[in-house]
Design a protein around this ligand. Sequence first.
Ligand SMILES: *Cc1c(COP(=O)(O)O)cnc(C)c1O
Length: 355
Amino acid sequence: MIEPIRIQKATVKKQKPKDKDLTFGTVFTDHMFVMDFQEEKGWYDPRVEPYGPFPMDPAAAVLHYAQAVFDGLKAFRQRDGKVVLFRPQKHVERLIESSKRLCIPPLDPELALRSLVELVGMEKDWVPSMVGTSLYVRPTIIANEPFLGVRPAKSYIYYVILSPVGAYYPEGMNPVKILVVDKYVRAVEGGVGGAKTGVNYAASLYAAEEAKHGGFTQVLWLDGRERKYIDEVGTMNIMMKIGDEVITPPLSGTILAGVTRDSVLTLMREWGLRVSERPVTIDEVAQAAHKGQLQEVWGTGTAAVISPVGELSYKGERIVINGGRIGPLTQKLYDTIVGIQYGTAPDPHGWTVAV
Ligand SMILES: *Cc1c(COP(=O)(O)O)cnc(C)c1O
């Protein structure tokens, strides 16, 4: 049975910002998708309603014990005006995997996909068209049962909000300076590093602030046990090219299974590159740099697609990559993914889904 989605339209529409004035995550569209969960009923009442606050009991479980998950994907307006989502099924799968880890009852994947497609379809006019801009889609699940005991909650809200966002690189891609931290860790084996959950972000703020005060854009996280294996860079997956090998850490549970990571790995394997998902230590990277073999380092994630790393700072030593300039593979990956998203390059894998 296909469950109907109830629709309540906003009576007053907001004014839309101009494409060139867009930033990240400050403006939200007229409507949101909402669905409730109660133990006796399961997930029920899927609906689109005017964007607005939820009434929230001060004892709601999410506010105390952080039982929540989210995901993030984008809708693009292609040259011919068509609006597409990038790999929404993959994001839905991940939201469900994250939910399981946080003891949140999983959504029906088909209904979750429909929630994204229908909401974005309704808000099509909000999808900006300037190159680099997009409509950011944020599905979220929070535990809203008012109860201060520690156990999985018995009621939840699933909601999806949309935010038109500006070009990530209005002045072109700029390689960033990264601080390798060994004082703090983001995740440990057996923990929740592999789930997209707010606590990972809360846990990362302190180190990121310290790095910013030191003049760095972000931190590079090492593993929690030995503090020598590379995990992630900021809130992105990390990749590097050493000699003719492209290396990225394996999905061992401490790192997030990025959809961009998967897309980029797929492309590089098709291009015939030698790609390894294997543990890599910061010392291996430093030694490769000394030998002149560290060619490129970049992060991958939905927000920026690809973020070139120009410099790593580890124990006071500066490791400059490719003279601080963006490398050819980094650039090619960016151009290819962005081309697929905006419909200016072929999409042989069917990664884009029209709404
Ligand atoms: C979301 C996220 C990523 C990137 O995932 P994408 O699906 O490519 O956007 C990487 N690392 C962390 C910690 C994340 O939260």
